[in-house]
Write a protein of this length. Structure first.
Length: 317
């Protein structure tokens, strides 16, 4: 299928659902497995044995990988605040790495607000800082924008994080990345330590604080019998929870709605599922294998250029 075909389908469709995973953030420049990036941004953590952002995700050992430096709260929060400010507030300072998000937004922004929705497994806020309306985004795993009570002591013990991060960074020891002990966030209600409001909190995770899942389900009910495009970008096909909760149910729409179209761009594919969809109706399914997430950038760029051409041609008529 050509970029022109995809652009025309997006223009003609009534509803668009965008699903993004880690591959889409990676396509925009945030690679959780990039050792050089980690060494450049976090030399303090590199010196104590961490090598990538992935190494530090949900790390809960008593000592850092060097087995000598304690993984204390001051060091943990120094990292969290620094990482959160980069990925949730300051990311668009680097225009090159957010270009793919900007193009995606321009392709779909002509749709009325109630006909566009975005679901993501990412815990960054790249969608928000690139202009997507938070009311149209369901963040399955939460994000760094909110902190919560570690208990939690109550269901509404969730708080905006930015001020806490700013206080940490004001007194951050940049030579060690340790914050001041007094700046470690405490719950305003019970004074227990706080944690980031993301799925990694385990059973204490306060989920869906803004009723985003209900908005997502309402959108699906309206869209599933209409002309409907599902645009899946960099979603992990090996994650069974994601597959069972989101990918497979959405694929079933193709069997009940002949006007639905699934466009899938991932680093790998579920061969059995892909073959089944192709056999059902090849016109309803476009799968692009992306070996290094370069294809996501290329496809979004190509579709955007074709979209501009079509809009320009229409304006001339």
């Amino acid at each position: 299928m050509s970029y022109e075909y995809i652009a025309q389908q997006i223009i003609d469709t009534d509803y668009i659902l965008i699903l993004t995973g880690g591959g889409f953030s990676q396509a925009a420049g945030l690679d959780y497995y990039d050792e050089e990036y980690f060494k450049d941004i976090y030399p303090q953590l590199y010196s104590v044995g961490f090598r990538t952002l992935d190494d530090i995700m949900n790390y809960n050992q008593e000592y850092c990988p060097d087995k000598q430096t304690k993984w204390i709260e001051e060091l943990k929060w120094g990292y969290i605040a620094t990482h959160a400010m980069i990925t949730n507030y300051n990311y668009t300072n680097n225009q090159n790495t957010s270009e793919v998000y900007q193009y995606l937004k321009k392709i779909v922004e002509f749709k009325p607000k109630d006909r566009l929705f975005l679901t993501t497994t990412n815990i960054d806020n790249f969608h928000g800082i690139n202009g997507f309306d938070s009311d149209q985004v369901y963040k399955i795993y939460g994000d760094y924008i909110n902190l919560q009570c570690s208990g939690p002591c109550r269901r509404d013990a969730v708080f905006e994080a930015k001020e806490y991060y700013q206080n940490i960074l004001k007194r951050l020891d940049k030579s060690t990345l340790k914050c001041a002990s007094r700046d470690i966030p405490k719950c305003p209600h019970c004074h227990a330590h706080m944690i980031v409001n993301i799925k990694g909190a385990g059973s204490t995770f306060i989920q869906d604080i803004n009723n985003q899942r209900q908005q997502y389900m309402t959108f699906l009910r309206k869209a599933m019998n209409s002309r409907f495009i599902i645009l899946e970008l960099g979603l992990d096909s090996t994650n069974k929870m994601i597959a069972c909760q989101f990918k497979y149910p959405l694929e079933q729409i193709l069997f009940t709605n002949e006007y639905a179209l699934l466009i899938r761009i991932n680093i790998d594919i579920d061969c059995e599922t892909d073959n089944e969809l192709i056999l059902h109706n090849q016109k309803q399914y476009i799968s692009i294998i992306d070996t290094q997430y370069g294809n996501i950038r290329n496809v979004i760029d190509g579709v955007y250029m074709q979209y501009l051409c079509k809009v320009y041609d229409k304006a001339l008529k």
